[in-house]
Design a protein around this ligand. Structure first.
Ligand code: S3P
Length: 168
């Protein structure tokens, strides 16, 4: 497993970027955040991309980046956007390109972490429905770490333990 990317998924607010960045440091790997990479390529924020070009354009960019992971020479730690695995064949693709780990958090915990979020276009209204709709897919991912009530450093440690336990 350790010859592959370590890829994080999970609902918005589960800590993918924070945890991913810290884990990358510990593993001495480069860190790729798909949202940040899209913003860098397009030169606009996620909110602006959704508003100017529509969600489908954002999803195409996500797909491009997922596809590019196959030809990436280095093994990375990757934080995907919360919706990435729900579009195209990204879920199957990412599962083959590395160890896919879902960061879980309860809805109550997410609401606490993201009380007034303005940089996520899909969090502007009531996102309970989106959470419930996506939950079965997140829950179906074999490897996961529950982040509720835990500090980032604690989650990082659990993730590293999982990673080491899967060493082949
Ligand atoms: C999205 C999650 C966001 C970002 C975009 C859409 C989603 O990323 O990709 O706003 O569909 O769940 P984070 O999960 O990093 O917030």
């Amino acid at each position: 497993m350790q010859d592959y990317h370590l890829i994080l998924t999970g609902f918005m607010g589960t800590g993918k970027s924070t945890i991913g960045r810290k884990v990358a440091e510990k593993l001495e790997r480069k860190f790729l955040d798909t949202d940040e990479e899209i913003v860098r390529r397009v030169g606009q924020s996620v909110v602006e991309i959704f508003a100017h070009f529509g969600e489908s354009s954002f999803r195409q960019k996500e797909r491009e980046i997922c596809d590019e992971l196959s030809s990436c020479r280095e093994n990375l730690v990757v934080a995907t956007g919360g919706g990435t695995i729900f579009f195209f064949d990204n879920l199957a693709h990412l599962s083959k390109k590395g160890l896919l780990v879902c960061l879980r958090a309860s809805l109550a915990e997410i609401s606490r972490r993201l009380p007034s979020c303005t940089d996520r276009p899909l969090l502007t209204g009531d996102y309970r429905y989106l959470y419930e709709r996506r939950k079965p897919t997140y829950d179906s991912i074999e490897h996961w770490v529950d982040t509720s009530g835990k500090t980032p450093d604690f989650v990082v440690q659990e993730l590293l333990t999982l990673w080491q336990s899967l060493k082949k």
